[in-house]
Design a protein around this ligand. Structure first.
Ligand code: CAA
Length: 246
């Protein structure tokens, strides 16, 4: 395997599991981390016993259009190819819409949706020229069903799905697939931040009666970017324990 995969938000709950899975699959992983978080990224790198051939830590503010164009352009020259892009970076700023500030709306839209332009655009043309590439965008069950207290997050996560279908249509003629994974509630620090009683009530409504493990989301990514996913594009793969069937 001589393929390179770039993963945003790589040391978060789901991102970390995806990074480990793709390293195990034989990819060289470009693991992006948010500006200023170098020590934290280094600790994550060491805790996972990665080596520098397996994982290249890469500082990137996914909300900064100019910085992404410049740094990802340079990265592409340096690496020669980026075969797989996983847009995984995401944040929540939950609150009822009537109390929501524009700042928390904008923060979520910038990080969860505008980042797809910023990160994918500088890399997509090279994938098309090469005639091979995979983009996987990590959305959410809440982008499909809507969630009380998440007008910002649900809007961004739904937007990712429309973006992915449009890009899939453009990439298809060049052998580039674009898909979405819509995880349900997953055992990560993001979900652990929720009020325990709210989380308990959501958990009891999941038909499989438990949270997803981050590794279960990572396995779905591995499938989509691997040989098994070659004929799938513009699709949303739900990994949600049956929480939403549509
Ligand atoms: N449907 C209808 N009404 C609801 C409701 C629901 N799902 N949830 C809460 N309410 C009602 C409450 O009963 C309450 O009513 P009263 O005022 O009559 O008592 C009112 O709405 C206010 O609810 P809270 O007390 O919870 O309000 P709050 O301001 O303290 O908290 C909130 C608001 C932070 C949005 C909280 O409701 C919440 O955490 N909701 C869940 C948000 C969520 O699912 N976040 C997921 C984060 S993880 C993630 O996003 C990953 C992923 O992709 C899945």
């Amino acid at each position: 395997m001589n393929k390179v995969a770039l993963i945003t938000g790589s040391k978060g709950g789901i991102g970390s599991a995806i990074s480990s899975q793709l390293v195990a699959d034989g990819y060289r992983v470009i693991a992006t981390y948010f500006t200023g978080n170098h020590q934290c990224a280094l600790d994550w790198f060491n805790e996972n016993n990665f080596n520098k051939d397996q994982v290249h830590l890469f500082e990137l503010d996914v909300t900064d259009t100019e910085q992404c164009a410049k740094r990802l352009g340079n990265l592409l020259e340096q690496e020669g190819t980026i075969d797989v892009v996983i847009n995984n970076a995401g944040i929540t700023r939950d609150g009822m819409f009537k109390k929501m500030t524009y700042q928390s709306w904008d923060d979520v839209l910038q990080t969860n949706l505008n980042s797809l332009f910023n990160v994918t655009q500088p890399l997509f043309a090279a994938m098309c020229e090469k005639g091979d590439g995979r983009v996987v965008n990590i959305s959410s069950v809440n982008g499909l069903k809507g969630q009380f207290g998440q007008a910002n997050y649900s809007a961004a996560k739904a937007g990712m799905i429309g973006f992915s279908k449009a890009l899939a249509a453009e990439g298809a003629r060049s052998g580039v697939t674009v898909n979405v994974i819509a995880p349900g509630y997953t055992a990560t620090p993001m979900v652990e931040e929720m009020k325990p009683e709210v989380l308990e009530s959501i958990k009891s409504s999941i038909p499989l009666k438990r949270l997803a493990k981050p590794e279960e989301i990572a396995k779905a990514v591995s499938f989509l970017v691997g040989d098994g996913g070659a004929y799938i594009t513009g699709e949303t793969l739900n990994v949600n324990g049956g929480l939403y069937m549509h």
